[in-house]
Structures are given as C-alpha cells and as structure tokens.
Design a binder for this molecule. Structure first.
Ligand SMILES: *[C@@H]1O[C@H](CO)[C@@H](O)[C@H](O)[C@H]1NC(C)=O
Ligand SMILES: *[C@@H]1O[C@H](CO)[C@@H](O)[C@H](O)[C@H]1NC(C)=O
Ligand SMILES: *[C@@H]1O[C@H](CO)[C@@H](O)[C@H](O)[C@H]1NC(C)=O
Ligand SMILES: *[C@@H]1O[C@H](CO)[C@@H](O)[C@H](O)[C@H]1NC(C)=O
Length: 489
C-alpha cells in the first residue's frame, strides 16, 4: 500500500513512537529499563510487560560473520519480520560447546571450543544479536546450558571432565544419511545411529545428568557463566549483566531429573517425587551463583515442567529463581499424531494443552511466581506429505497447527487476564526465510532451520509467511489493548 506524504506526516504526529526517526523504537531499550517481577507479573518502565516471544536459538551463529557460517543479512531480515509482528522477546542460546574430538548433531561452530577457549567471532555474533534485538525493543532469555546434544551442553561438559569420554548419543537427524537429493548438500537425511556411540535416550540423559554431581564439569560450566555474564558487548559497549536487553539468565534448556523413582507417563512425564533428586541442589547452587553476578536481571531454570506438581514447585521455589517455565510438546509426548488429520486428534492435543496450562498456572500461583510458556509447537499438516519426497515439506498446510496455536496461546492469555500466573508465550521456533526445499548445508554442516541440528529440519519451524505469525501479532495487539484498559490492574 502506498501512502501519501501528507498522511505519513499526520501519522508521525499522532503516533510519533512508531516512526523510526522520532521515538523510543529508534533508541531501543533504555540503559536502565530492566524487566522486574512484581508479584505474579513482569513489569518494565511502561508498566505490565507481557511476553510475545519466539525461540530463535541460533541467533549468535546467524549474527556471526560469514567466515563462521553466519548471515547478517538474513538475521536482520528475520529480526525485522518478528518485530513487525509484535514479537518482544527471543529465547536464544548464550552457550554452545564444541570438542577437540569431532562431535555430530550440534551447533557449529561452537562458542566454547574447549574449557576456557572461545571462538571470539561467535561471541561477536552474540554481541550483534543482542544489539540488533535492543534496537527493536526485543528482550532476551539467555540459555546457558542444555540437557540435549544439539548445542553440546551437559554431556559435553561431562565428557571434558572425564578425559573426553565418548558421549552415548541417541538416534539423531543425520543430514548426509539416505535418502539424499540429487543436488549435493541439500538434504534430506534421516534419523540414524550410524557413526556414533549409539545409546538409548535414557542412557544419554543419565550421562548428561552426571553434571549435577561432577565438580570439574560444574566448575567449567560456572566459568562459562561468569565469562558470558561479565562480557562487554563489542558492538555497543554494554556489559552483559548490566544490559536490560537481557531479561533472563536461564540455567539450561530442559534440565531433567537425575534420580527419578519412576515415571507415570510416557517420555519421562509425571515423576514419582524424589526429594533427594540431585537436580534440586544443582538448581540452588547455579541460580545462587548467577544471582551473585546479576542483581538486576531475572533468573529461571528452563524446565518443561512435564515432571508434575512436586518437581515444578520444588525447582521454582528457590528465592534465586524469579519465575517458572513450562514447555508443552504434544507430539513428542505421544498425545498428538502429525499423520492423523482427524478432528479427534487435534481435540486431544488442545484438551491436553488447556489442562497443562491450567494446572501449571495453579501450581505457580501456589508458590506466588509468574509463569512463562517458553516452548510449544506443532508440525504442519504432514499427512499431506506422506507420499512425497520429504515428510516435512513447507508446502503442507497448517490447519491443525493454527487451531492449536490459537488454543494454547489463548489459554495462557486467559490465565493472564483472569489472575492466573502466565505472563507470556514463546513458540518453537522461528525458521524465518529458511525452507527445507531450498536448504543448503554450509561448510560447517549446518542449515539453520528453526529445528536444531539433532532433529528433522522443518518439523516445528515457523516461517515468515505462516499464519502462526499473524496469530502472534493478534495476541500482542489483544494483550496491549487489554493492558491499556486495565491500567490499574
Ligand atoms: C543470506 O541470507 C540472504 C537472505 O535470506 C540470502 O539471500 C543469501 O543467499 C544468504 N547468504 C548465504 C551465503 O547463504
Ligand atoms: C551420517 O551419515 C553418513 C552417510 O550415511 C555416515 O557416513 C555418517 O557416519 C553418519 N553419522 C554421522 C555422525 O555423521
Ligand atoms: C516455598 O518456600 C517457602 C519459603 O521458603 C516455604 O514457606 C514454602 O513451604 C515452599 N513451598 C513449597 C511448595 O516448597
Ligand atoms: C491436570 O490436573 C488434573 C488434576 O490433578 C489431572 O487429573 C490431569 O491429568 C492434569 N492434566 C495435565 C495435562 O497435566
């Protein structure tokens, strides 16, 4: 749409802050405008702060220079796309671990190549990522560790501490495995255990969870936390722990219980409580350590909270944990089937999500802390891809996904408006301009889809042209209008 100069001028007089030359947007986040917790709510200098988030874990790699496989053009296009939809929060990685031995299925190049040894160019990518986010008034969750193999994570620290002991890997997505397309380096690949020290998932998590009890691994993990929190941003000069762009330090992505007494659901869901689980003192030690260096920023753990009420409350009740989190994964937890087009399949997913949101909101109310739904996703209508060359083609429609997103995002907004604990949602994960059909594996073995390197690319991606992005945009507008009407709330 073209607008006349006169109407643009009028608009700039009326809505000054939306025009880049004038108001707040241009300057980005002010140096002292930290997000803080007030009872069950997050606030900033404008009052209530609701999180319209997206997972964008690869930000530091995309923002690194092209000698490291980055693409700053793509980064800026995608940040602009997300900002245009009202996204005000990105959950990103502030850690990734490589190894002296070649390791598959993970972000490459890594930020931390070996204990104490950084790839400065990837760190500069993280600097640029934060600076570009700040310009667009987007805040960050900085994820400091990972239970899973796709960034190195716990298992890599344990391996380092144990003389590079081989990591027992679960079956993961191998881009070079059959079936291969005609053009080299364009996929597809499959889940394989070829070429790795293969093990079942529980063996992998047991290995990763040794970090809770391995003092050398913990020391190196804490060293990383210290370095990243005290870093001076080479683009804008801000010290990370004094930069309000960073809303939150998150201990790790999806830390798991170490000593469960049993599972009462699939996929390690609903644990029989074990008060002596080593996860608990680990959360207390690490969050206390972070607090000592981040008095102005928030801390959360990064739990899925699938483990049930006891674990939820125990993990999030420490005074050094500012708010709680949930992740909701209906397909991974065997509640939804991406090949089943039936209404019943969708309804089952929606019912689960509503109950999960309602239950967790109550648990969080009980301990008096805000709650952020920081991961959820659904595949496209992949029954349409069943007899095609790849099960995750972007050409499939998104009827179930859109309905599901409306439901789960709506459930969290309803909790927010009605005194529940939820303060925002953050779907998984932004793939932006990337598509499986046009993917190209770079010199570092990466395609940078929304799906991380151990999973099939295109499974949970949100693309720039997806209806889901309009759902996020409507969420943001709906909440902004509600906050305006309920200023005294
Ligand atoms: C970087 O991203 C832009 C925008 O998506 C794309 O046109 C370009 O081909 C990418 N460059 C590389 C080296 O992949
Ligand atoms: C991946 O697949 C290729 C091709 O089949 C194979 O050579 C390699 O060992 C596999 N595993 C890894 C970790 O690359
Ligand atoms: C949470 O901590 C408070 C204060 O230490 C304590 O009174 C309360 O019992 C704890 N709640 C749970 C569920 O652990
Ligand atoms: C929610 O809580 C109820 C009551 O404890 C329980 O029966 C139900 O399974 C829970 N649902 C989910 C999805 O957590």
């Amino acid at each position: 749409m073209r607008r006349s100069i006169v109407s643009s001028l009028l608009a700039s007089l009326t809505f000054g802050s939306a025009i880049p030359s004038g108001g707040k947007k241009h300057h980005g986040i002010e140096p002292d405008d930290f997000v803080y917790v007030d009872g069950l709510r997050l606030k900033d200098s404008n009052g209530l702060h609701y999180l319209t988030g997206l997972n964008y874990w690869a930000c530091m790699n995309l923002a690194a220079d092209d000698s490291q496989g980055g693409n700053i053009t793509r980064l800026k296009i995608e940040l602009d796309q997300m900002a245009a939809k009202g996204v005000n929060h990105l959950r990103i990685m502030a850690a990734s671990e490589g190894a002296p031995t070649p390791q598959p299925f993970r972000m490459n190049p890594a930020l931390l190549e070996a204990p104490g040894k950084y790839n400065e160019k990837i760190f500069e990518g993280l600097d640029r990522c934060l600076d570009e986010m700040s310009k667009r008034s987007m805040r960050a969750t900085m994820t400091l560790g990972n239970e899973w193999q796709w960034s190195g994570g716990f298992a890599q620290f344990v391996s380092w501490a144990e003389n590079n002991e081989p990591i027992p890997y679960p079956s993961s997505w191998n881009l070079s495995a059959p079936p291969q397309r005609e053009t080299p380096r364009t996929g597809w690949g499959s889940y394989t255990v070829e070429g790795i020290n293969a093990a079942p998932y529980n063996e992998f998590t047991s290995f990763a969870n040794l970090i809770y009890d391995n003092m050398q691994a913990e020391e190196w993990f804490k060293d990383h936390i210290k370095v990243v929190m005290n870093r001076r941003n080479t683009v804008n000069g801000r010290i990370y722990n004094d930069d309000p762009t960073i809303m939150t330090w998150e201990l790790a992505n999806e830390p798991q219980a170490a000593n469960p007494l049993g599972y009462t659901g699939p996929y390690n869901m609903y644990l029989i409580p074990n008060p002596n689980d080593m996860l608990f003192p680990w959360v207390e030690r690490i969050s206390t350590y972070i607090r000592s260096m981040a008095p102005k920023q928030l801390i959360t753990v990064g739990m899925e909270s699938k483990q049930g009420e006891y674990y939820f409350k125990k993990v999030h009740n420490f005074s050094t944990v500012d708010y709680a989190t949930t992740h909701c994964w209906v397909q991974n937890w065997a509640i939804y089937d991406m090949y089943d087009s039936s209404e019943g399949n969708l309804r089952q997913a929606e019912d689960f999500a509503r109950a999960f949101v309602r239950n967790s909101s109550q648990w969080s109310l009980d301990i008096g802390k805000p709650l952020f739904l920081e991961e959820f996703g659904m595949a496209r209508d992949n029954w349409e891809n069943r007899n095609k060359e790849y099960p995750y083609l972007s050409s499939a429609s998104t009827s179930h996904k859109d309905a599901y997103f409306e439901t789960i995002i709506g459930a969290a907004m309803d909790e927010f408006k009605n005194g529940g604990a939820y303060v925002g949602t953050c779907p998984w994960a932004y793939g932006g301009v990337w598509r499986p059909e046009t993917q190209y594996i770079n010199d570092f073995g990466m395609v940078w889809a929304g799906d991380p390197p151990h999973e099939s690319p295109g499974w949970y991606d949100l693309y720039d042209t997806d209806e889901a992005m309009n759902i996020l945009s409507r969420q943001q507008k709906n909440i902004a209008a509600w906050i305006k009407e309920n200023k005294d709330y």
